[in-house]
Design a protein around this ligand. Structure first.
Ligand code: UDP
Length: 238
């Protein structure tokens, strides 16, 4: 990779769905291994990296509550699901020699450290990848919101939103052959045109605090490193 990295501290949001692989549900370790080898090359660039993982491959609060569960209990289960993914990610990263700390929004000291902002920053400064588990710690929120919140707290310069498509399109490229790829977008344009970059709460928080978002395809080999090196990959919303 030529030149200096474009970003020195970043937060990457991965949805739980990515962890489920082809099967969708559960944890597919071969997928996690592939994702972590991408992250290893990023860590090697010297970029300080925080990760927020979703839990959708295991449980979503809204879905469970539609099936009759109390919403708040379901959301707590969803938050615990993100910790399962965080531990899987930590294990895979450490097997590849990347020193990793899991910190959780809900205290579970036997499993991981509680989230303490200054401590998390210290880990990053020491070159450790920090995986933020447990979402925001509050029901009725999403891990997208947790990602923005943690990105702002650790003063990340960019939020990377990992997806299965190359970025933002004018329509769903899988369904509409006329869908056009948009390389760059303002927050206002995304809002006006209804492009679903993140959920509304998370997007509003980014917009308000002018935190740039790069939406990109994590399945493209080398894409994460390219984004962080400042190359034009995916869609940048700023
Ligand atoms: N969740 C929550 N508060 C948070 C983050 C997550 O209650 O701050 C719950 C919520 O039920 C959500 C589930 O955890 O459905 C899993 O997170 P999410 O749906 O954001 O995961 P993803 O879609 O990214 O896999």
């Amino acid at each position: 990779m030529a030149g200096k990295p474009g970003y020195t501290r970043a937060l990457l949001k991965m949805s739980g769905e990515a962890f489920g692989g082809e099967r969708g549900g559960g944890v597919d370790f071969s997928v996690i291994e592939r994702l972590t080898s991408e992250l290893k090359s990023v860590a090697a660039l010297g970029v300080q990296l925080g990760l927020v993982v979703g839990g959708g491959n295991i449980l979503r609060g809204t879905t469970a509550s539609q099936q009759g569960m109390d919403r708040v209990s379901a959301d707590y289960m969803g938050m615990l699901a993100t910790v399962i993914n965080a531990l899987a990610l930590q294990d895979a990263l450490e097997q590849q020699g990347v020193v990793t700390r899991v910190v959780t929004a809900i205290e579970m000291r036997a499993v991981a450290e509680p989230f303490i902002r200054r401590r998390a920053i210290r880990h990053l400064e020491k070159g450790r990848v920090v995986v933020f588990g447990g979402g925001t710690g509050n029901p009725y929120f999403s891990t997208d919101t947790a990602a923005v919140l943690r990105a702002l707290e650790i003063e990340a310069q960019v939020l990377l939103k990992a997806t299965n498509v190359d970025g933002v399109y004018t329509a769903d490229p899988k369904r509409d052959p006329t869908a056009r790829f948009i390389p760059e977008l303002s927050f206002q344009d995304a809002l006006v045109n209804g492009y679903a970059v993140m959920d509304a709460n998370a997007f509003g928080l980014c917009k308000e605090n002018r935190l740039p978002i790069v939406v990109f395809n994590i399945n493209q080999p080398g894409a994460t490193a390219k984004v962080l090196a400042g190359e034009r990959v995916g869609t940048i919303v700023q």
